[in-house]
Design a protein around this ligand. Sequence first.
Ligand SMILES: [Fe+2]
Length: 179
Amino acid sequence: MSHVIAALTRDHANISKLLEILESEILAITVGKTPDYPLMQDIMRYLSQYSDRFHHPKEDLIFAQLLRRDPDVRIEVEELIEEHVLIGLAGREFSSLLHASSVDSVVLRERLSSAGSNFVRSQREHMSKEENKLFPLAGQLLSEKEWQIIDGAIGSIDDPLFDEMTSDDYQRLYRLIAG
Ligand SMILES: [Fe+2]
């Protein structure tokens, strides 16, 4: 397996852990409890800082390259690239509702929980499509040279949550995940 695909798959596993936490906080909202707003905000901040800016752009490059190699994947590629934009939008909508709810409880719980559930569901469906079809296909079709170009084009940053040195911003979230 290409080391790029291995890293993206590892990101997915990490994102899945965060989605589980979000899901349980959303459940708290739906049963009338006050959720842990700072925790949810940390998760959403991480996803916009890391996932939207590094993970998705790298996948976009892989999918575009895959389309050059195999025109039959056009529909799937276009769908996944569009989903990256939609997931970014759904995340921003949920984040702004979270912010509004944390400072003013007038925001309807129902609106907040449905935006959160929509975000969690679309992320999960999206990742499983990538893992089931396009990641394996890219692994088969792209050459080592192409992987190097993709890797070099986006570069890599330290993951501020899951890499060895967790940033101060995410210490609380990291401790919760590490259990
Ligand atoms: Fe992904």
